[in-house]
Design a protein around this ligand. Sequence first.
Ligand SMILES: C[S@@+](CC[C@H](N)C(=O)[O-])C[C@H]1O[C@@H](n2cnc3c(N)ncnc32)[C@H](O)[C@@H]1O
Length: 247
Amino acid sequence: MLDIEKHAAEIWTLYGRHQLGRTFDLPELDSWAWDIPQAGPGIDVLGDVAGLRVLDLGAGVGRHAAHLAALGAHVSAVDASPTQHQRALARYPDTPNLHLVCADAVDHLREAAPYDLIYSVSGLPFLDPHRVLPALANALKPGGRLVFSALHTNSHGVGPSDCVAARPEVLRLPGTDTEHSMHMWVLAPALWEDLLVESGLTFESVTAIDSPRSDRPLSYRLYAARRPERVHSARCSTWRGVGAHGC
Ligand SMILES: C[S@@+](CC[C@H](N)C(=O)[O-])C[C@H]1O[C@@H](n2cnc3c(N)ncnc32)[C@H](O)[C@@H]1O
């Protein structure tokens, strides 16, 4: 992991510890959200998941993963933060079809058997796309899908970067005024598309997830891509190389 990725995981560990110490019960998902409740597409974009081998990348407390496991998917839920993992273990002990893993997502992707579907609810932008996307592409079965949400415009109205570089964003501990800064990749959709294609995936779609509150500029994007069934030999000659957009 890069130092900025390690730092982000450490901040999430503080967050998880804070949440473990609170006496509140996060409700189960009443409807699937890709980060902002009641905004954007729902679970339908994943299609029928029954019987599929699925990975939730940056799963946190594991509510999305548990939801898919109850629908018959065989779900691994990976999170690098020990306290976030601890929250998931406490909430979903011995849940059928759900395997909770505490690890850096890239380390897990390099060792795991290939997946039919990998998704992430706002976890992927804490990892360097040049590190995680090639590992993701390799960890999908031919024809397998990647679906992830990513911050697009933060709550101060700052839009995405037009170069592939991490920038500081603020995480507030719920119920307090304590804020922590950590780096993440908040990229323009054209950059995500290029990075996905450069990693060997076929780009499928990008969908806006805007806050339903007109006074909040917060906005995410939902990206979908697929590992080709077969790699066409022509791709090698048009390979542009990862890093073309670095700055
Ligand atoms: C914004 S939270 C999303 C949690 C969950 N997906 C949800 O929607 O509730 C991001 C999660 O990504 C995890 N994370 C950050 N870096 C990671 C890495 N390198 N590998 C795996 N998980 C990571 C954090 O620990 C955190 O739990």
